[in-house]
Design a protein around this ligand. Sequence first.
Ligand code: MEV
Length: 292
Amino acid sequence: MEKKTGIGKAHSKIILMGEHSVVYGHPAIALPLKNIEVTCRITAGDETLKFDMTDPLVTAIFAALEYLGQEDAQLTYLVDSQVPQRRGMGSSAAVAIAAIRAIFDYFDQDLTADLLENLVNQAEMIAHSNPSGLDAKTCLSDRPIKFIRNLGFASLTMNLDAYLVIADTGIHGHTSEAVDKVRKSGQTALPLLKNLGDLALEAEKAIEQADLQALGNAMSQAHGLLARLGVSCPEADHLVQVARSAGALGAKMSGGGLGGCIIALVKTSEEAERLIQKLKEEGAINTWTEKL
Ligand code: MEV
């Protein structure tokens, strides 16, 4: 029996290490942001949905309806999102997950984890042409993960007694363009990508040993490499510099880049507060703090 409203929720994510290099099979580390959520509500509508297959949300809904053989269902959808769009925080993956969950809830159908991931990745192909699957996997995980494309993922234990400050440059990120830019750099990008993968492994070791200085160093070095790849932007470079000058243990851009967010590692919540103040004075339009 059809229910009146189908509801689906999902949370956002942030990449700690390994954006871009993950597309080329190097390891990455990413964290779910469980308090930053998207909710999608599906209700009966007066007409069948118009499918604009350039929109990842609509593509996600279509993928779910097609799987269920319900392409002609008359529905409306409403999305309520705390995840800022195009800021490297997994908005497209989170919205797709919430929408697919809502469709399955509406039709009262079971949705396995594998099927959900498969359908989300179909939608992510629209959002980011050649997605590694990292965003979807992190938005589907309740724990930090280490992820290697086509190989799988492992949950990471993170007891760092530290804080990650996330600051939004206010500039829309451009993931597809950034991924294309790296691809077009061809052979010259390969050593930088390998170095980024090695830094992700150093970060993993630092997390295991709770070595905050080593983690911070790996983050700052990764920012330098991402900037050399041409996927940072002046606003992100500026906020990274501000964070480092203000005493952060490390800082970097996060996500696809050419805009979006930066992340900075600090030891205490007081340091996080002070850094947030400084980043806002220097142009950050929004900030979040995540305990690690
Ligand atoms: C985008 O959030 C992360 C990238 O590594 C792309 C991908 O993993 O598909 C830039």
